[in-house]
Ligand binder design. Structure first.
Ligand SMILES: C[S@@+](CC[C@H](N)C(=O)[O-])C[C@H]1O[C@@H](n2cnc3c(N)ncnc32)[C@H](O)[C@@H]1O
Length: 663
């Protein structure tokens, strides 16, 4: 969910420009949010005449829109981690906030009733409350470090709904047509990995027309460490067909099992989060976007497999951007698409059914008085399987979701079934932009050597498909080696002449060129969950809680914990381990058969006399939090330590401690 930037053209989408002096005539919309007068007569008039909710609810609807949005977040990760984090939220975080607040009415913090497994939480606090109030500094630190680590996602409640309704399974081919900044892409990826499979056979292709915004997707994908994602940069209205190689070597057009069309919209459902929209709202915004929204949806329907599901969503309240778009496609599809009734899918979610009638108004709010004047396509009734969420239903933003199922072919373009030469990309490259791949035998040869060294040093099992390792450049020393899946690699290789791939793969190995190690690459934390099952026992070290906490508390690369300072068990394990990269494994003792134990894999380094783990600051905080270790060194109260704030920076990267390899 999201909306176009203020006053920004969206040329590629063909959508019109939102001008600064639109709306209620105020020229300078760049006011501090506090100073914005949350009123717009045209907005009120328009939605009254559209009968967007029952008459007796209208006042509530408007009042809720005028208040700030509560904060929400989702918990994600392996089952063991999720269970632990839930415990921390319920037992520590909430109590902490309540105890700290010097008020009779502490903030309400509760799990969203409709989100499965208590994994999404809402608190009646705005982002600003949390940032500015000292009592919430631990909560603020929690939100920042867990977000950066990838174990929570701060996402608006209503924006969590479309991926849930898509019902993604680990084998699904999923397309996210308008993906940036990527909160829903992240959720789709989580669902793909939900059954615990570190390398699912399905994938998510995340597309956005805006090249810069595609890099927001890169950041999201990096947080989640999935090898099953590729980011592409196209106008969805004319998204080229993608092809994949079949088992018989032929190449066939990809038909997606699941498609998300979270289209660009006027965004008036986000008024609580973006009050500047009050200043520039006009009825024209929705009208101008209807065309591009319809074209994106239609292209999505073309790319959908038979029996596949497509979710169309907007954060707009306007029926012209919502029901009218769905209605238009249903009319054109000649029975190929059906609306799916999702009204019972998320018990506990309050919503209104889709609108059955709507009006077309001009920019000046001239409503078509004589209904005969209105084109047929605007006025037919739509069945109410659609989910419409308004802010007063359950104190959220406003949102629109419709789920479509394809039951027979629709606008089929000729299916291509072409033979191509199988491109043998042993250690290939991550494609940046539309650069074409050219063969370079020398590099292939060198890469084979690199792979041989890695395979032998880590005793990597023969089941591991080294073709799925990619590098970013074809010439010179490779810095990082990325892991992708067979299916994603095939897509990159097969489509690189007509698809602009921005990024794919998760970092699996990092060059470290240390004279003490017999391999030039160390293991990266990012891809460890996927690579771990293939690593031999010779580089695995099992670590207990106390030793792990000792390692995590050490942040001085020049003085890593000396081996004799660690437990006897650990000393014995590393005694015969040659210097270099290793995997540290922590396994919590099983408390109950019903609960998955906490298991953590980390990239470690056995120095000549010391042992350490590679962890950035946020991941260190995350692990200490899970282990119940002393966090005082990192869980800084910025109100007491204002001067240190910049040095507590939020952008550390793995291996802040690159010097560690010298120990
Ligand atoms: C509502 S936002 C998507 C929010 C995103 N799904 C999320 O959950 O974070 C709409 C996105 O559509 C992109 N967009 C606009 N026109 C497009 C087009 N014709 N093709 C593809 N993407 C487009 C915009 O750049 C913007 O990032």
């Amino acid at each position: 969910m999201g909306r176009r930037k203020f006053g920004k053209k969206h040329s590629a989408s063909g959508a019109s420009v939102l001008k600064q002096d639109e709306g209620n005539g105020l020229k300078d919309a760049r006011k501090p949010y506090n100073d914005i007068i949350r009123e717009n007569d045209n907005f009120i008039k328009y939605y009254k005449v559209q009968k967007v909710c029952k008459e007796d609810e209208f006042e509530d609807f408007v009042q809720f829109l005028k208040t700030d949005l509560p904060t929400t977040f989702r918990i994600t990760g392996s089952k063991g981690v999720v269970h632990k984090l839930l415990e921390i939220v319920e037992d520590n975080l909430i109590k902490d906030c309540i105890n700290q607040i010097d008020s009779e009415k502490p903030p309400n913090i509760f799990p969203l009733p409709w989100y499965p497994g208590k994994l999404a939480w809402q608190m009646d606090l705005t982002r600003k409350d949390i940032r500015r109030c000292e009592a919430y500094y631990k909560l603020h630190n929690f939100l920042i470090s867990e977000t950066e680590h990838g174990t929570i996602s701060r996402q608006e409640a209503v924006s969590m709904i479309p991926p849930l309704l898509l019902d993604v399974q680990s084998h699904h081919k999923v397309l996210d047509m308008c993906a940036a900044p990527g909160s829903k892409t992240a959720q789709l990826l989580e669902l793909l990995h939900a059954n615990g499979d570190p390398i699912p056979s399905g994938y998510v292709i995340a597309n956005d027309v805006d090249n810069k915004r595609c890099y927001m997707l890169v950041h999201q994908a990096k947080r989640l460490n999935s090898p099953c994602v590729a980011i592409i940069n196209h106008d969805s209205t004319v998204l080229p067909n993608l092809h994949s190689t079949q088992s018989d070597g032929s190449v066939k057009q990809v038909q997606f099992d699941r498609i998300l069309c979270d289209v660009p919209c006027s965004g008036d459902g986000t008024l609580r989060k973006n009050p500047d929209i009050w200043l520039k709202w006009t009825a024209a915004n929705g009208l101008n976007l209807h065309g591009v929204q319809s074209r994106i949806l239609k292209r999505g329907a073309e790319l959908l497999a038979i029996d596949g599901k497509l979710v169309y969503s907007t954060c707009s309240i306007n029926p012209i951007e919502n029901e009218a778009v769905i209605h238009r496609l249903l009319c054109e599809s000649n029975g190929a698409l059906e609306l799916v009734d999702v009204s019972d899918t998320l018990p506990g979610l309050k919503f209104s059914p889709g609108m059955e009638e709507w009006l077309v108004c001009s920019r000046n709010l001239d409503v078509y008085k004589n209904f005969d004047e209105v084109d047929e396509k605007w006025r037919t009734t739509i069945r109410p399987q659609i989910v419409r969420i308004l802010p007063h239903h359950q104190n959220t933003g406003a949102f629109f979701v419709a789920v479509l199922k394809k039951v027979k072919p629709f606008h089929t373009k000729e299916e291509t079934n072409i033979k191509i030469n199988d491109t043998d990309l042993d250690v290939g490259h991550v494609v940046e932009g539309s650069k074409k791949r050219n063969n370079d035998d020398n590099i292939q040869h060198k890469d084979e050597t690199v792979w041989k060294d890695i395979k032998s040093f880590y005793s990597i099992s023969d089941d591991f498909d080294s073709k799925c390792l990619l590098t970013r450049c074809r010439v010179g020393k490779k810095k990082n080696i990325y892991l992708t899946t067979e299916a994603v690699r095939d897509l990159v290789v097969t489509n690189q002449s007509n698809i602009k791939f921005i990024n794919t793969g998760v970092k699996a190995f990092v060059r470290c060129d240390n004279k003490n190690m017999k391999c030039a690459f160390r293991i990266a934390n990012d891809g460890l969950d996927s690579v771990y099952p293939f690593i031999g026992d010779n580089r695995k070290v099992y670590i207990d809680k106390d030793d792990l906490i000792t390692l995590l508390l050490n942040d001085d690369p020049q003085h890593s914990p000396p081996i004799p300072s660690l437990s006897k068990n650990l000393q014995l394990q590393v005694e015969n381990l040659s210097p270099g990269s290793c995997v540290l494994i922590y396994r919590e003792e099983e408390k109950s058969k019903d609960l998955d134990p906490l298991v953590i894999y980390m990239s470690g380094w056995r120095g000549t006399t010391s042992l350490r783990c590679y962890m950035d600051r946020h991941s260190t905080m995350h692990l200490l939090r899970l282990l119940g270790g002393d966090m005082s060194k990192y869980d800084v109260n910025k109100f007491q330590k204002q001067d240190d704030e910049s040095s507590q920076g939020e952008g550390c990267s793995e291996g802040t401690n690159t010097e560690a390899t010298k120990n």
